[in-house]
Design a protein around this ligand. Structure first.
Ligand code: SF4
Length: 474
């Protein structure tokens, strides 16, 4: 009896896709607007979407133009216990709705304003809820902070792997040593220093890491994108993400005519930096007007996308991947367990070896065997994420809440994008998940006013904190 139960548990653990993930994927697929339910769509076929925190540490000590946070964000004190409590509540809802595995961003505000112990505790809460957390930072902190984050009180790593997104661009003011960057190139030293801290941490303490590079794009720095990629591609970033600026958040920080740079122009500059066409239609995450993504790798100076959206053989491999491996958590599963899961799929469908063998042979041929022997493979993903303007999001969201499709083509398009959103934030007080655009356009202002009362910069005595909790009716 005991043996039978053990075998049953083993079967469940090694099942390629967790049943709750399968259910969450199926729900996601059904809820997507029909126009985005294409063979390339990753949401609902392979992934549930990315997640982010909100209202957990809204404050930041740099000034971005634009800044997506409301004007009260910087009037909220940073509190480790508040962060942990709120992160736990938000992750719990995400775990229920989105299933046991997902990527989630620990995002404020500036994460390094949290004491290192509180930052580590918040990451652990996310991990305990099955999330793969990424800390979103401006990167203006010292190695000591990083070391204190990674190591426990006994000097042993408390987190085996750290994942950080460093936000660097010339539209941010107040960075130590370069308060007002003249151009993007002058920030390269700071980008490199940031990446080097993680190399050192790995060397000295064996803590692995993944680094993303985030950059807001406006007409002012559009023509510097390519040089940023060319100059910084060897620093150790595994992902370069570009965000065309939107009219969102604090309107005192809107300084340019952001819409003068189109998504196509931004992507063309990213391609210039990568040195090749970046096919983004092989894999789509949500709506193409929100996200473009190309997965690939550098061999020496040359970038090689792993799927070509104009090659039918590559598209057939993608379809096969979604069909047989859709929902398998590749990055969130320990290697031995992942190997068993993959083996179970292949054992049932041996023809997969031919499909993926063919793709591998094509990729090796394109990259060149000699190059593969000479150079180390450096996986790098290119992303463009285009937030929407608050003026469009507010009426679009109000319509969706009321069950009304807008007759205004612009607002209708916004509604479609919100319904296909790939970046959700959780509201435990209502049980709702909302797109990050909605969070920043509609919900942040009231939330930060409530947080300002709950966590005043100068502590106020004689006030009931519970009565000013965000989501309470004050
Ligand atoms: S947060 Fe906004 S821009 Fe990003 S995927 Fe969601 S709806 Fe699209």
């Amino acid at each position: 009896m005991r043996l039978l139960s053990l075998l049953h548990d083993l079967e469940v653990v090694t099942r390629p896709v967790h049943p709750e993930t399968r259910a969450a994927l199926d729900r996601r697929w059904v809820e997507l607007p029909e126009a985005v339910r294409t063979p390339a769509q990753a949401l609902g076929q392979h992934a549930v979407g990315c997640e982010g925190t909100h209202g957990v540490f809204p404050r930041c000590n740099l000034a971005c133009t634009p800044c997506y946070h409301s004007r009260d964000a910087n009037r909220v004190a940073v509190s480790g216990s508040h962060t942990q409590t709120e992160v736990a509540a938000q992750m719990s809802l995400l775990r229920t709705v989105r299933g046991p595995r997902a990527h989630a961003q620990l995002i404020g505000g500036e994460v390094s304003l949290l004491p290192a112990d509180d930052h580590a505790a918040a990451l652990q809460v996310m991990i305990d809820h099955g999330r793969q957390p990424m800390s979103m930072s401006h990167g203006d902190f010292d190695y000591d902070y990083l070391r204190d984050l990674a190591l426990g009180p006994e000097g042993k790593p408390r987190l085996k792997r750290l994942s950080f997104a460093g936000h660097f661009d010339m539209l941010m003011f107040g960075r130590r040593g370069i308060e007002r960057p003249a151009d993007e190139a002058s920030l390269n030293l700071y980008r490199q220093r940031f990446a080097d801290m993680f190399k050192r941490l790995k060397r000295e303490h064996g803590v692995r890491y993944f680094l993303a590079h985030n950059m807001t794009v406006t007409p002012r720095n559009l023509d510097q994108i390519a040089a940023v990629i060319r100059d910084c591609k060897d620093y150790g970033f595994g992902l370069f993400s570009f965000q065309p600026a939107a009219f969102l958040g604090d309107d005192r920080r809107w300084h340019e005519s952001y819409r003068d740079a189109s998504g196509d122009e931004v992507w063309a500059e990213v391609e210039k930096g990568a040195g090749c066409r970046l096919p983004f239609r092989a894999l789509q995450i949500g709506d193409e007007r929100c996200n473009r993504t190309t997965y690939g790798f550098f061999l020496g100076q040359t970038y090689h996308p792993i799927l070509d959206d104009e090659n039918p053989a590559d598209l057939a491999v993608r379809d096969t991947f979604f069909r047989y491996f859709g929902g398998v958590s590749f990055s969130g599963t320990p290697l031995p367990l992942l190997t068993v899961k993959i083996a179970r799929v292949v054992a049932r469908h041996p023809s997969l070896l031919g499909w993926f063998g063919g793709w591998l042979a094509r990729t090796v041929r394109k990259a060149g065997l000699g190059n593969l022997l000479r150079h180390r493979i450096r996986p790098v993903t290119f992303v463009m994420h285009s937030f929407m303007d608050a003026a469009d999001v507010a009426p679009a969201w109000a319509g969706l809440q009321a069950g009304r499709d807008s007759s205004d083509p612009r607002i209708a398009a916004t509604q479609q994008r919100l319904l296909a959103c790939s970046y959700a934030m959780a509201h435990p007080e209502t049980g709702e998940l909302v797109p990050a655009c909605v969070q920043h356009s509609v919900l942040d202002p009231a939330e930060n006013i409530a947080l300002r009362r709950l966590l005043p910069l100068t502590p106020v005595t004689g006030r009931s904190a519970a009565s000013t909790r965000p989501g309470s009716s004050v």
